[in-house]
Design a binder for this molecule. Structure first.
Ligand code: PEP
Ligand code: MN
Length: 337
């Protein structure tokens, strides 16, 4: 449940309520909005049902959150969360484009792509160092060497970097280099990993699992948030359906739905969502039109030679055309780019 404090409730009234919540053995998560403070009571709060929190001084209202996810819910935090990645704000009026190769393959491949996407309008560089490949015989990523190259690319271009962390053991290493920790689709329900990134204070992007509902996805965000890491964003990347003509079925419905259910920024990944480069731009434009806070797009200087996901990677020129078209869509949905 959430306890909505009155506008102008004093610090003493707020801490009194927090103490009461904690006295029952629950954790209280505070959300200080521009209007009022909201206290999220986290845990199975059914035993609290008969407690009259409404009667405590400074309390306006006690609301049960009907959705199973709590901290990600807009009820708990009505204003949009803005995730700050080295000064790049995600979730505000400005759209954010994250772009780069699926995997770091070499210094020249990464730097060439980084400069090209920056030039085209991307503000964050993506690239995998540890790759979750379906086959153990496929390229697995360059590991720490890739992380060093990402740090070098950031140094040179000024672009912050996002890269995937696949296991708890990798969290401390990847945290040394990454500006955003990416939780991949296959790990969306790796609960100990979600808890581990929740203990860091590095922004986290939780990608939707291949076979997961929106509700499960938001519960995964709650795992990260409940560790105290409030810098969480979501990325729709398509789900598995009976359709085999495309790699995944991009769930465009999820974008406006999740934007209404949660305060967290929501991005779209039309690259994994389609699996085909010639569909990426159209679906990317649809994401922005549907209200996404930005895109994550795979770009490769020579997609035919890519070590992973070449079929869905845009050449830099095509990526630049995509961004130019998004600049026309942005004002129609009240955004800037
Ligand atoms: C990726 O972003 O390269 C990736 C592996 O994505 P996903 O986890 O969505 O498949
Ligand atoms: Mn990929």
């Amino acid at each position: 449940m959430i306890i909505v404090m009155k506008r102008g409730a004093s610090a003493g009234e707020i801490s009194f309520v927090v103490n009461q919540v904690e006295a029952f053995g629950y954790r209280a998560h505070l959300s200080h909005g521009t209007e009022r403070t909201i206290i999220g009571v986290v845990g199975d709060d059914r035993p609290l049902e008969n407690h009259n929190f409404e009667l405590l001084p400074g309390v306006e209202q006690v609301v049960r959150i009907l959705q199973p996810f709590k901290l990600a819910s807009r009820d708990f935090h009505p204003e949009n969360t803005i995730v700050d990645v080295r000064g790049v704000q995600i979730g505000g009026q400005q759209l954010v484009i994250i772009a780069g190769p699926c995997s770091v393959e070499s210094r020249s491949q990464l730097l060439e792509t980084a400069w090209a996407v920056k030039e085209a309008g991307a503000s964050i560089l993506r690239a995998g160092a540890f790759k979750p490949r379906s086959s153990p015989y496929s390229f697995q990523g360059l590991g720490e060497e890739a992380l060093e190259l990402l740090a070098e690319a950031r140094e040179e271009t000024g672009l912050p970097v996002i890269t995937e962390v696949m296991s708890i053991e990798q969290v401390s290493l990847v945290s040394k280099y990454a500006d955003v920790l990416q939780i991949g689709a296959r790990n969306m329900q790796n609960f100990p990993l979600l808890q581990a990134v929740g203990r860091t204070r590095i922004p986290v992007m939780v990608k939707r699992g291949l076979m997961n509902t929106v509700q499960e996805w938001l519960l995964s965000a709650d795992y990260v948030l409940s560790g105290g890491n409030r810098q969480v964003m979501l990325c729709e990347r398509g789900i598995r359906t009976f359709e085999t003509a495309t790699r995944n079925t991009f769930d465009i419905n999820a974008i406006p739905l999740v934007k209404s259910w949660t305060h967290l920024p929501v991005l779209g990944d039309p690259s994994h969502g389609t699996g085909k480069w010639d569909l990426v731009s159209a679906v990317g434009r649809a994401c922005i039109a549907a209200g996404a806070d930005g895109l994550m797009v795979e770009v490769h200087p020579d997609p035919a030679k890519a070590l992973s996901d070449g079929a869905q990677s845009l050449k830099p020129e095509r990526f630049a055309e995509l961004v130019a078209s998004l600049r026309k869509i942005a004002p129609a949905v009240g955004r800037t780019l």
